[in-house]
Design a protein around this ligand. Sequence first.
Ligand code: 16G
Ligand code: MG
Length: 559
Amino acid sequence: MDEHQVASLLKTSELFPLPKGVKLSYGTAGFRADATVLESTVYRVGILAAVRSIKLQSSAVGLMITASHNKVSDNGVKVADSDGGMLSQDWEPFADHLANVSSSQDLVSLIRDFVEKEKVPVGEKFAEVWLGRDTRPSGDLLLQAAKEGVASITGSVMFDMGILTTPQLHWMVRARNKGLNATQNDYFEQLSSSFRCLMELIPSGSGSKFDGSQRKLLVDGANGVGGQKLEDLKGSLNNLVIEIRNTGKDGGVLNEGVGADFVQKEKVVPSGFGSMDVGMRCVSLDGDADRLVYFFIPSDSTGNIELLDGDKILSLFALFIKEQLSVIDTERKYSRLGVVQTAYANGASTNYLKNLGLDVVFTKTGVKHLHEKAAQFDIGIYFEANGHGTILFSETLLSWLESKQKDLATTAKGSEELKAVSRLVAMSKLINQAIGDALSGLLLVEVILQHMGWSIQKWNELYKDLPSRQLKVKVPDRTAIVTTEEETEALKPPGVQEAINTEIAKYPQGRAFIRPSGTEDVVRVYAEASTQEKADNLAKSVAQLVERFLGSKIVPSES
Ligand code: 16G
Ligand code: MG
């Protein structure tokens, strides 16, 4: 780093002092804090994104200011790596140091040491950073801070893409680095054209089962960005009527009583929905539209819903893909299909998937872990129960499919084989290959339901969820809990797992685990059992064990 670079960093960092007492961690998916204390962090993430881009030979890197599922004053910032995925995990410690170093001098030394150690050619190559932001008023100020950070690295180029869903920015970064068109219009065009293509491939018998009202989908936009973007996209979709509520434009508050996180955790009807919607197919997005869950209101509802979570979406996708593969690759020579879940996956879903004959593997919580595992298959489907997930197609499989499609188009026009291949190719374009994406996810669900000729109730019957309960426990030090890689068992503190096992053994179909949260200062407890009452009791006794072993208190308001 030359003098000019050092001077630039010293000058700009003075503008963004770190507020006293703030300690942040990149955590599972970026920095999160109240918008009022996040400016200096966002400025520093601007620096991080620029340095990362230079390290990757000036590939585009994304910086996203997000409004995921947290309350309206909370904000988040994260980096999209050059492949469109999450920031490479080996850069997370640098991100942590960068966010927490206090003086400008220390900040500069930290960057200088890192750049030297990692041999990042700062000053020789330029950086390219793509910026996206959420819908909140705080986004403006935070975006300015991000721009200052990027600009403080000599020779940086940046593209401000405005208000976006998080997956849109990830998609754009991926497309840009593949040399493809990467604007919002290109994103919409890819989604709508692959959706239309899949619609055209629906067997005539099933499609016709979808009468007028079945074509209607009610969307809960969490008062975030997703509903607004879907509003822009819906005009170019055929055979689907989309009614969007909670767009945030009618004064509703982001994530307050609405959205995927609320619906999945509380299992109650979100604001804006009610008795007039009984039986209708509904979907909830989260605030930055990187997750989705479906639900319907049963006729005897007293505020409760029937939830179709990430596991059920995954199961629908798996079934559809398996059906297509059975037509084109009977011996499964070319297409290893795998499913990735976490410990939070409902046991009934895992059984269902295994009974389909699928390879089911588990990783720890967090998109980056699931994504990495899914990429090891030819087709890897990953979903967390909370609605984060997508389907990854390997390059090898895609080129095999594309050449097969070409051959069949001349030799076997109109054949079932050609249709199956074409469906898979269109699917790989519809579903976001960079990260889970509520918009592309819901379009795929919709087209598959029409393909099957299924109502949401019929889809829900694939399997019946085992009753479950989640609790959180506030502890003095959540790092005292160390778990196995898949988070299903606690290795530390000594004795806690044995005590948990004793509790589990008391319940038919009992399953429970504890893990430290990666996003909040709590320990999470998950329990499953044959009835809701039993799942509640098991969760409670495991939470009490956490309390006993770690000297803590169960947070009264459960989530
Ligand atoms: C973040 C993760 C999500 C994970 C959740 C767990 C991404 C994009 N998001 O929201 O995958 O399920 O954290 O939170 O990676 P927890 O550690 O507090 O339970
Ligand atoms: Mg989110």
